[in-house]
Design a protein. Sequence first.
Length: 94
Amino acid sequence: MKRWAGDGGPARAGTSAAMLSVVAAVIATTIARRFGDPAYALVVVWALIAVAIKHAGMMLVAATAWVVAAVVAVVVAYTLVKLLRGGRAVSWQG
């Protein structure tokens, strides 16, 4: 049985990084919407932009990071508008 680490080369690493960007976005948007905490999601946007800039040579990673950062930013904007208009965040406490 082959070990995963290092067997796939840069292609597998790029795919994994792209998938992790999507997972980070799902978590960030969930926190932003469910708990009304856009700051958490903004940190993820900041991190994804940094990943996109750092890995500009790997098109899959950079493109995924830019797109995911934009999607999370839109969710943050929507959450902020809703909070500023008096809507309350959905809480796990009910």
